[in-house]
Design a protein around this ligand. Structure first.
Ligand code: ATP
Ligand code: MG
Length: 570
């Protein structure tokens, strides 16, 4: 491609509305442009990187035995009503009616559509297993679209769905996808971890998320510093261990804590560490109030609590509801004498003589103890793990915290959708059985953005060769110079002949201007052709990721670049 005929609208200024580096750089490098909140145009080099990721994904899916299809983006509401998700999915599902008043939605994910295909076409165990995938545009009306392609409303996803005769076989399909995902993200040049994850609204038995490590990541993940345990904080299990218990229970002591409502204020005022205090949260679970006890320095994990309570909706009770029901303002609530059901976090089991609210404005109580002073419905793991917690799997390790960007997600679905949509097959004995499913997503645009989060410097993007829009750029210094032009063209056409993706910067611009663009758009290899070095039959060779450049003979340079490509893409 000749730069002079191409379309890369780079900009110098940092766009004001972009918060994370990948978003800023994708705008500045002319890869994307916003059309509406969370809706983007993919400009040429943005599209090229997207296609690179798609191709890697496609190759690895095919290699793993999955078969490509393409489903519609517009889905009849009936299918979603059949699965029950028409009601459950909420506002992320964009619903609309056609001219005949039929209900439709834009597909945010395609379990219903694929299950409909399979229930119509698959009859016998002989046709199984099967794994069907597509690479297609999804729409989710996200509350807060942000960070460019990272959290769009319209975005490209690869979604695959496996169908098996039983759970054991479904586990094998899952494992195959898990391995394919490891290969995909490795080939994209990413530093990633596969972590245990919550299954969320898609449902199902178990799942892993593939997380790209980056400070800007929206997810908190933990990993053990001794074994292979890694999980999303939403899901990470907290072990039982806590403070070593005092041996004796001390007598209760009511203390004045005027206007000290927060744990931090009470802790400072009384000189008691937050970890020796217990906070009482009042939550509304399906319209009923429930009290949750947590160690002062811990945070509630609503996903875990929802599972423990088995409720559909969960939110903090309003101050008004608390006052009406308990008669004490928020900030002074405690478990002693409380008539609400109480769930205590597991870690509290080992605690003694802790400080709690007194259920009396401006007072707290010291030396509270379970059983002697109050009882709870049950102890359960309902908190977020924190750095330094013991690993729930091995005896030696502690948990470390990371930020991650979720680029892929694999789920074991079991029979959730096949049961709801009545997707069956005939087994070896001619008996009807329900299909076992798995589903597997990868955010294509998010993967490109995550890659940029991990690979950039103050001058711009540093694309790994695997997903760079072009592999090599030839910058001609003064292309009006006859010799410079001839040699640039020669290298350009030789590279094209052997399949190197090369951009020839033949623009009539100053060298500094050209180098700035080349650095910004992050092309991995740069060749500079200038009159001075041509006197010795040399050109300058530089990798985007290294500071140094070197002189290479004109006759060797194509070979040199070819070898680099072979090494990386092998
Ligand atoms: P998140 O928790 O980030 O909203 P999710 O759990 O809703 O993600 P899945 O339903 O598992 O995501 O979708 C599969 C993949 O699609 C994700 O791993 C992610 O890479 C991508 N993805 C999901 N939502 C978006 C979005 N709004 N913009 C871009 N990519 C997305
Ligand atoms: Mg989501």
């Amino acid at each position: 491609m000749r730069y002079s005929e191409y379309f890369i609208p780079t900009v110098k200024e940092t766009p004001a509305d972009a918060e994370v580096i990948s978003h800023k750089l994708m705008l500045r490098a002319g890869m994307i442009r916003k059309v509406a909140a969370g809706v983007y145009n993919y400009l040429p080099i943005g599209l090229r990187s997207i296609r690179k990721v798609e191709n890697i994904v496609r190759e690895e899916m095919n290699r793993a035995g999955a078969v490509e299809v393409l489903m519609p983006m517009v889905i009849p509401g009936e299918l979603w009503q059949e699965s029950g998700r028409w009601e459950q999915y909420g506002k992320e599902l964009l619903r609309f009616k056609d001219r005949k008043d039929n209900e439709f939605c834009l597909g945010p994910t395609h379990e219903e559509v694929i299950t409909d295909i399979v229930r119509r076409e698959i009859r016998s165990y002989r046709q199984l297993p099967i794994n069907l995938y597509q690479i297609q545009t999804k729409f989710r009306d996200e509350i807060r679209p942000r960070f460019g392609l990272m959290r769009g409303r319209e975005f490209i996803m690869k979604d695959a769905y496996s169908f098996d005769v039983n759970e054991k076989e479904a586990d094998k399909s899952y494992e195959k996808m898990y391995q394919a995902y490891c290969r995909i993200f490795k080939r994209c040049g990413l530093d990633f971890r596969a972590v245990e994850a919550d299954t969320g609204s898609i449902g199902g038995a178990s799942s892993h998320e593939f997380m790209v490590l980056a400070d800007s990541g929206e997810d908190a993940i933990v990993s053990c510093n001794s074994c292979s345990y890694a999980a999303n904080v939403e899901k990470a299990e907290a072990g039982l261990s806590g403070l070593s218990p005092d041996t004796e229970m001390r007598p209760l002591e009511k203390v004045l804590t005027p206007e000290r409502k927060s744990i931090q204020d009470v802790s400072e005022f009384l000189g008691i560490p937050a970890a020796h205090m217990v906070k009482t949260l009042i939550m509304t679970a399906d319209d009923k109030l429930v009290a949750i006890l947590l160690r002062g320095d811990h945070e509630l994990n609503e996903i875990k609590l929802k599972k423990v309570l088995g409720c559909d909706s969960l939110e903090p009770a309003t101050e008004e509801a608390v006052l009406n029901s308990i008669g004490t303002p928020v900030g002074f609530i405690g478990p002693i004498g409380l008539t609400l059901p109480i769930i205590a976090d597991l870690v509290l089991k080992n605690m003694r003589n802790f400080t709690v609210g007194a259920n009396l404005e401006d007072y707290h109580i010291k030396n509270a103890n379970f059983d002697r002073d109050f009882t709870v419905e049950n102890f359960a793991d309902v908190r977020n793990v924190v750095a330094g917690d013991p690993c729930p799997r091995c005896n030696n390790g502690t948990l470390e915290m990371w930020r991650g960007i979720e680029v892929g997600h694999v789920f074991k679905l079991g029979t959730k959708y096949s049961k709801a949509l009545n997707a069956k097959f005939l087994d070896e004995n001619g008996k009807e059985q329900t299909l076992f499913m798995g589903c597997y997503g990868i955010g294509i645009g998010r993967t490109v953005a995550a890659c940029i989060e991990q690979n950039h410097d103050e001058n711009g993007i540093i694309f790994p060769i695997q997903i760079a829009p072009f592999q090599c750029i030839i910058s001609s210094i003064n292309p009006k110079d006859e010799n410079v032009r001839a040699i640039s063209e020669k290298i350009y056409s030789e590279m094209q002949k052997i399949g190197i993706e090369v951009l020839l910067d033949d623009r009539d611009e100053r060298p500094g201007f050209k180098f700035k663009d080349a650095d910004l758009i992050g092309i991995p290899v740069r060749i500079v052709v200038g009159a001075k070095n041509l006197i010795d039959q040399k050109v300058e060779f530089k990798l985007r990721k290294s500071k140094e450049s070197e002189l290479v003979a004109v006759d060797d340079v194509v070979h040199r670049v070819e070898n680099i490509m072979k090494e990386v893409l092998a």
